[in-house]
Design a protein around this ligand. Structure first.
Ligand code: AOF
Ligand code: ZN
Length: 346
């Protein structure tokens, strides 16, 4: 029973994907007499939290007086501990107490220092019955970007590439498409869900990608480029005005329109660590590393990745540049048209 309602919270939470960052995406469901009477999920960044939206949905329907009567007989299910602090919005734990809920069921605690157990404490101090840990793993997985930022002090890193059925990543020179159009659309959806996309110099030059979201409806992530000596020409698509571009280099720190240049002092030393640290300071919570081979290998060698999403195309080439090699746990294996998609977790 609890699990069914919590599952609904997780489904609602997903509706905030790509819009709530750097806040987590959360879902809330209000249940009275085994019937859902209200639902909500986190509004885009800076807006009301899930609990507020769920409470409002009931008030809008029944008016405040009747809603309060109903809350006294209701359980609120939330996929993350209700907040205890004044941030951009007032504490959700206070709202739950004020509205007089009978019970609160929570999937997992919020590791954010200003909440971390204190939201739960507020509910318990007010005499609300509480239960924690329903679908905990699922809830943590859903907000894995948020948890990684708070626990590892770096963005969540997703590696993405396509390889041929015989393991080639690119031809010996130039560029050739491997995956199909359905896979391409999926990649655009993924882009809209993450804060940034990172590529190396060679990929920016050879493929000349815009790294924007065009085959899906959603916001453009920030673009991140590694170009040590700032050698790339300004007419490349990655420099167009469609999105912001952050350029890690060894020459200058500067700001020019949509472009932000960040100089790394000992460029070649701990490069992925330096980049992730700078992105963490900018509150970028997740990145997709889209290539090329050298850049992917850099993150793999440093052990700085969380997920790899690999398309395996139908063609075989017999020669080329070998795809990166990675070890981890296969969490998903599906077909996207005639491409095979493997998702691997570290
Ligand atoms: C909740 N419900 O739906 C979310 C929560 O600046 P604020 O006020 O928006 O607070 C942001 C923090 O609140 C965020 O870092 C996280 O700890 C928590 N997010 N809490 O009760 C929600 N999204
Ligand atoms: Zn809140």
């Amino acid at each position: 029973m609890h699990e069914g309602y919590m599952k609904r919270c997780l489904e609602l939470a997903v509706l905030g994907a790509g819009k709530t960052s750097p806040n987590p995406m959360v879902g809330a469901v209000i249940v009275r007499d085994d019937e859902i009477i209200g639902e909500g999920y986190t509004s885009p960044y800076g807006g009301p939290h899930a609990e507020v939206n769920a409470v409002r949905s009931v008030i809008d329907k029944y008016g405040e007086d009747r809603a309060r009567e109903l809350f006294e007989q209701s359980t609120i299910y939330v996929s993350l501990e209700p907040c205890a602090h004044f941030g951009k919005t007032p504490p959700c734990a206070d709202l739950i107490v004020d509205m007089g809920f009978k019970k609160a069921v929570i999937a997992c605690l919020d590791p954010f220092a200003k909440v971390n157990g204190m939201g739960l404490q507020k509910l318990q101090d007010a005499g609300i019955e509480t239960e924690v840990g329903v679908l905990e793993e699922e809830a943590k997985w859903l907000n894995r970007r948020f948890f990684t930022k708070l626990k590892e002090f770096r963005p969540y890193v997703i590696l993405k590439w396509a390889e041929t059925s015989d393991g080639y990543f690119a031809p010996l020179d130039g560029q050739r498409w491997i995956s199909n159009n359905a896979s391409k659309q999926l990649v655009h959806k993924w882009r809209s869900e993450e804060d940034a996309i990172l590529v190396g110099k060679r990929t920016a030059q050879l493929d000349n990608p815009s790294l924007t979201v065009r085959e899906w409806i959603g916001r453009n992530p920030k673009r991140i480029l590694i170009d040590k000596n700032l050698e790339l020409p300004e007419n490349l698509a990655i420099f167009n005005d469609d999105a912001e571009t952050i350029i890690f280099n060894a020459k200058k720190t500067d700001w020019k329109g949509n472009r932000k240049y960040i100089e790394l002092e000992n460029f070649d030393l701990y490069l992925p660590q330096q980049i992730l640290y700078q992105l963490y300071l900018m509150d970028i919570q997740s990145i997709i590393v889209e290539g090329g081979k050298k850049t992917l290998d850099l993150f793999i060698a440093a052990g700085l990745w969380d997920e790899a999403r690999i398309f395996i195309g139908a063609d075989s080439w017999g020669e080329g540049i070998k795809a990166p090699e990675i070890e981890g746990e296969l969490v998903e294996g599906t077909m996207v048209g005639n491409d095979r998609l493997m998702i691997i977790r570290r």
